[in-house]
Each structure stands twice: as C-alpha cells, then as structure tokens.
Write a protein that binds this ligand. Structure first.
Ligand code: SF4
Ligand code: SF4
Length: 450
C-alpha cells in the first residue's frame, strides 16, 4: 500500500510538472504571429512518417544515423516497459505484461538488446563529443556553456537509466531462481549475470527495488528535463515536420501588404482588402520573436543542435560569422527571455562572456542576439534547410530579419542599396539607363536583308 501511494505521488508530481512546462512552451510559441498552415494532410502525414518516424534525413550520414536509430528505437520500445512499470506501481502487480506469454518474452528480449545498444551508442556519442570532438558538435560560439553540457547530461542519464533497468532484471531473475518460481520474460543480456549481486534475498530485493525506482524516477525526471534541453526534439519533431513548408524551397513568401500595394498600382480597379478591425499596423519583417510566425518559434524548440545546417553553410565554411544553428538557438533563447522561462531548470544557455558573437545591448532578437553581419552573410542557398533532420526552416527567419533591416530601417549594405536604386530608376540592377541597354550591340557586324 505504501509502495502504491509513494508511486502515485511521484507519478502525479512528475506528470503534473511536465504538463505545467508544456503549457509554458505553448504560450511561448503563441507569442509568434498567426499563420495559417493547413491542408495537404496526406502529404504532411507522409512527411511525418518519412522524416520524423523514418529518420530519413538522418541517413545522409549513415554512422551517426545508425547509432541514433538505436537510441530512438530503444526510446520507443522502452516506453512499453514504462507502461508496465506504471501498471505495476498503481496496482501492486509484478511484471503485469507477463500474462502476454511468448509475446512478453520477445518484448523483454528486444528491450534488453536495445538497452545494451543504447549504452554502446551513448558511449560512442560521448567519445565523439568529448574526445574526438567532431567539429559540427563542438565548434561555434553557440556550442559553449549550457548547450555543451546538455548533451553530456542526457547521454550519461540514458546510460544510468539502462543500468538501472539491467540491475532490476538481474536481481529479479536471481530472486526467482532462489524461490524456484518462474519469472516471465527472456533476458538475453542479463541472464548470464544473475550471480552478480550474490544470493542474499533481502539484498537482492533491495537492489531490484532500487533499480525499479531509479528507472521510473529517472524517466520522470528525464521527461521534465526535456523542455530545457535540445532533447525536446523527441517530442517536437513530429508536429514540426507535420507543419513543414511544402512549397519549393526556393519560393519566398510575399509580404501581404506590399503585394496588395503593387496589385493596386498595376490595376487601378484592384480593391485592397480592409485590415481586420483593431489590427495593429504590421511591421515589415521581423525585429523580435513576436514578428516571427508561431511555426518559426516552434522550429526553435525542435532544434537538436546537431550542427548539420552549419556544417554545410557556405557562409560559415568560408569563415563568415553566420551559423544557421545559432540563429535557431538565439530565437529560442530570446523567446524564453521574453516569454515564460526557462522552465524547471534554468540553463544559462550561453552568455555574452562566453565569446559569442558580440551583439548590442538592445533586447530584441535582431541586434540583441543576431547581428546584421550574420544575416547579410547568408547566400539564401537553402543548404541548411535541406540538411536539417527535423525540417527546420532557418532561412525564413534570416530572411524575415533581413526584410526588417531593409524595409523598416533602410539598413541594407551599401552595395545592395546601389542595386535597389538601380532597380528603382533603371528597371535593372545595373547602373545604365534603359535607353542604353542595347549599346553593347552597336559594334556588332549586322547583315542587311538587302
Ligand atoms: S541559406 Fe544561408 S544560412 Fe542557410 S546554408 Fe545557405 S548561406 Fe547558410
Ligand atoms: S537547425 Fe536543424 S540542422 Fe541545424 S542544428 Fe538545429 S536540428 Fe540540426
């Protein structure tokens, strides 16, 4: 009875805190502009199945993809065991799913093998981050302080959770052996380790209990840690991919008010639709998070900080300040600064003193976090968007901030201002009058029909 009450208290606390955090995150995402992203349901579901469930884009780099797959499938399958732990905890049963017979044998066997593969994958990931220091995971001003520690915290936690599960299984098997009872399930990884903890029944019961509690408390703590971590992508990847941009990558969105203005210029009979009642004058582009759409803000909660985008960015590769990963992480940091933040844990993220790109004192996303120099380094090539395993559209955020610089502040680089003037005056980016456009052909030899 005490066991059940303790379990219920822990479960209610863990789940309650998680729901509380999700509500904060929802409010943060809703800081963004409204944007209608609907329709094409089958195409969207297809994208979720391929990109989120199928990990399609991860396999552009096969080795990390396989290791990630172990962790991902391990996470999915272990959830079935978590369900069993909940049932056991609430009803005081022991291995409640054992009634499934052979299916339970398979489930436990798969669970243990995946658990072992998760440990191996996590150790390799730790080595890649801390020993071999894979550049895309470790370089860049955005990968200091909290983001650097976050990955290690999660990897070590996953290893501890797996060992707690193994300890529980080992002690449980030995207890069954000593009591001559039959334990449901097959345990290919731990079966040969049953003597590891000796033969004292009370010690074994204690170890099994500790393993069980560490596993469930660890999972609830992990769940509550997620919203403060890049690992929140294990939840956010699914809605984010569902609302992915379906138009061709090179297609830019138009600014609605400018579109109306141009249509009215070209066609005097065009009637500009009235603005909705009470609507505030719309800013051109984005200066801060509330000027971005809710989808762009959702993008920032989905980022895995994998650095695939930055590793293929031609601007970054040629030594410019721009890192598309940093833009996404900055958006999340600013959103949490402006909205509800940061949840249960208070990750310091990365601060000015950690040598990040020097921004001004302005507390807006643009200039407070992201400098114009970073934005103007973008070639709009879409390589970042293409490489992102969770379909984040980094370029749209960059373009919206550039739009703000051009349309609200006339703060484009001098070379671009010249081009804008030329387009306005000459109808072309070059500094020549339209009447001189065919001067280049004057000296050509021409054949007369006569
Ligand atoms: S679109 Fe811009 S940010 Fe993205 S890879 Fe190309 S240059 Fe880099
Ligand atoms: S934006 Fe995408 S590719 Fe870039 S770091 Fe985040 S998850 Fe990785």
């Amino acid at each position: 009875m005490i066991h059940t009450i303790a379990f219920l208290l822990v479960a209610i606390l863990g789940i309650g805190l998680f729901v509380w955090q999700i509500r904060k995150i929802t409010r943060n995402i809703n800081l963004g502009r409204d944007k209608d992203i609907s329709g094409n349901v089958s195409e969207r579901i297809n994208a979720v199945l391929l990109v989120a469930f199928g990990q399609q884009k991860m396999f552009k780099r096969p080795w990390p993809a396989f290791l990630h797959l172990f962790v991902y499938v391990g996470f999915l399958v272990i959830n079935i065991e978590v369900l069993e732990i909940f049932i056991d905890g609430i009803f005081g049963t022991h291995r409640a799913f054992g009634v499934l017979g052979p299916a339970y044998d398979v489930l436990m066997a798969v669970n243990e093998v995946l658990g072992a593969l998760v440990v191996v994958a996590c150790i390799i990931f730790l080595v890649r981050r801390n020993v071999t220091k894979v550049p895309r995971l470790t370089r860049g001003p955005e990968m200091r302080a909290w983001p650097k520690m976050d990955a290690n915290v999660i990897l070590v936690t996953e290893i501890v959770l797996m060992f707690a599960l193994f300890a529980f299984n080992i002690a449980d098997q030995k207890i069954a052996q000593l009591n001559s009872t039959e334990l449901p399930g097959t345990f290919p990884v731990t079966a040969s380790m049953v003597n590891l903890f000796g033969s004292d029944l009370s010690s074994l019961a204690l170890i099994a209990g500790i393993g069980w509690w560490v596993h469930i408390i660890g999972i609830l703590a992990f769940m509550n840690y997620l919203p403060s971590s890049k690992h929140f992508h294990i939840i956010m990847a699914f809605p984010n991919v569902y609302y992915t941009k379906l138009e061709p990558k090179g297609q830019f969105s138009n600014v609605e008010s400018i579109t109306h203005e141009i249509k009215a210029m070209l066609d005097p009979s065009y009637v500009v639709p009235p603005a909705p009642e009470g609507a505030q004058p719309q800013k051109f582009g984005a200066q801060d998070v509330e000027d971005l759409s809710w989808k762009q803000l959702m993008d920032s909660y989905t980022c895995t900080e994998c650095g695939r985008c930055t590793s293929v960015c031609p601007a970054n590769l040629t030594g410019k300040l721009l890192s598309p990963r940093k833009i996404v992480m900055d958006t999340r940091d600013r959103m949490e600064e402006k909205g509800e933040s940061p949840l249960i844990f208070s990750p310091a993220h990365y601060k000015e003193e950690s040598e990040r790109v020097k921004a001004t004192e302005e507390r807006t996303l643009l200039r407070g976090y992201v400098t114009p120099e970073e934005l103007w380094a973008c070639t709009t090539c879409n390589a970042c968007v293409e490489s992102c395993p969770v379909n984040i559209d980094q370029l749209s955020t960059i373009m919206d901030m550039r739009r703000y610089l051009v349309l609200e502040e006339s703060a484009a680089p001098a070379a671009l201002n010249t081009m804008f003037n030329n387009i306005e005056n000459n109808g072309a980016p070059w500094a020549f009058s339209p009447s001189d456009r065919f001067n280049w052909a004057n000296d050509l030899y021409t054949v007369s029909k006569n």
